[in-house]
Ligand binder design. Structure first.
Ligand code: TRP
Ligand code: SF4
Length: 402
């Protein structure tokens, strides 16, 4: 069975090349190797855009079209919308009960974003809680890997802590100790003493050989003790490891080397900064935008040499051009052998070429919106099956199955 991958994206605007190279391209690649779940994080968008419902409404399905255009294949991955699964909210609520406030206040993105997004009032309960909502998104699918950018690594770390705490608080039934003692009593006296010795050693020092010896004893008991059950093995192994059942799985962040594509002005590409090239931008607009791109200010005149390191166009060449073209740029720029418009042309051509299959695929989907809805519908139901099962486990563990 393939490991599960989960990631989400906020529907706050049409996707641009920064989204593609920073995340989406990687999502497409992961489809083959993993059981991938990708969702539209519309509730997350509301944590910052709660005053602009029309932004989110408009972008939910547009974003799915961008995903499909980029090559997400509904046959090979599961695409869904967060708000269609109230289970995420239920898990968020239950996790919120035991999550220390300090864990959320310390998440670095919290203060960063409040400073950065000055035109949004982010002194809200929802915004503080949003990394915990993200934790619920991840934990509800028991995802092994979460592909996220560096900036979100702290959210995955928080998710791990939340899972650990949950398993610690609720991972063992109230009578676990009593039952484990019952299983221990089935062992011969010497074996029981030996087992307890290994358990203590492992608990105090984490020594792997003590763990292995304890596990060996459980195997021996399973093979030789009369009336031994699988439950007995399970109980003693849980007792040995000092943990109960793993109900929520600790995920790992999946950081892949991604090419960093800046905006047209060298700052981070963002639609709200007006420096973005959209994934489905018309070729004429791509050309105009790239031709207008900022360059090394030292090249005020065609005859002034420049330094690619100081030019955002060079960052584009690093993503789009082969070694020969890159050599041509470095040589031509530093000797004033080429002009900036010459330099930009291969980038324009490469972007237009890259976009061509996106445009074609998007056209098919845009002409057939029912199909897009159907894809999301199928994905949502697939996700629901897993989310429901996890919530049953969680409610059980927390004693909420009245
Ligand atoms: N917080 C992520 C972002 O802003 C989006 C997101 C929401 C997400 N839930 C997630 C990403 C779960 C990965 C896993 O980009
Ligand atoms: Fe930038 Fe190319 Fe002009 Fe050099 S020649 S400044 S790399 S656009």
């Amino acid at each position: 069975m393939k490991s599960r991958v989960l990631s989400g994206m906020r529907p706050t605007g049409a996707l641009h090349l920064g989204h593609y190279h920073g995340a989406l391209k990687n999502w497409v690649r992961l489809q083959d190797e993993y059981d991938c779940y990708y969702f539209v994080a519309d509730w997350h968008a509301l944590t910052t855009h709660y005053e602009s419902r029309e932004v989110i409404e408009k972008n939910v399905y547009d974003m799915v079209v961008d995903w499909l255009a980029a090559g997400l294949d509904p046959e090979r991955c599961t695409i869904f919308i967060q708000s269609r699964l109230p289970e995420h909210a239920e898990l968020f609520t239950l996790l919120a009960m035991g999550t220390p406030l300090g864990w959320l206040e310390r998440v670095p993105t919290y203060k960063d974003q409040i400073d950065k997004l000055k035109d949004h009032d982010l002194a809200t309960y929802g915004f503080l809680g949003y990394p915990l909502l993200q934790a619920a998104d991840i934990l509800i699918y028991k995802a092994t890997y979460v592909p996220v950018g560096e900036d979100q690594a702290s959210h995955v770390e928080l998710t791990r802590e939340v899972a650990r705490r949950f398993n610690h608080l609720y991972g063992r039934a109230a009578d676990f100790e009593v039952k484990a003692a019952g299983a221990l009593a089935k062992l011969a006296k010497d074996d029981a003493r030996y087992f307890e010795k290994q358990r203590k050693a492992f608990g105090e020092t984490g020594a792997a050989d003590a763990l292995a010896k304890g596990e060996g004893m459980v195997r021996k008991a399973a093979a030789s003790v009369e009336g031994w059950t699988d439950d007995d093995s399970e109980l003693l192994l849980g007792h040995l490891r000092g943990a109960g059942k793993t109900i929520l799985v600790e995920p790992q962040a999946l950081h892949t080397e991604v090419a960093k594509l800046p905006g047209l002005d060298g700052a981070k590409m963002s639609k709200s900064y007006g420096n973005a090239v959209l994934m489905r931008e018309a070729p004429g607009v791509v050309e105009k935008k790239i031709r207008g791109m900022m360059t090394d200010p030292a090249r005020a005149r065609r005859t002034d040499p420049g330094d690619p390191q100081k030019c955002p166009v060079w960052q584009f060449h690093k993503v789009y051009s082969d070694a020969a073209t890159q050599d041509w740029v470095v040589k031509g720029c530093t000797t004033a052998g080429i002009g900036c418009l010459d330099c930009k042309q291969p980038v324009i051509d490469a972007i237009v070429r890259e976009q061509q299959p996106w445009r074609e695929r998007a056209e098919t989907y845009l002409a057939n919106p029912k199909q897009v809805h159907w894809i999301v519908e199928m994905g949502t139901e697939r996700a629901r099956t897993i989310a429901k099962q996890t919530m049953r486990d969680v409610r059980d563990a927390m004693g909420l199955n009245y």
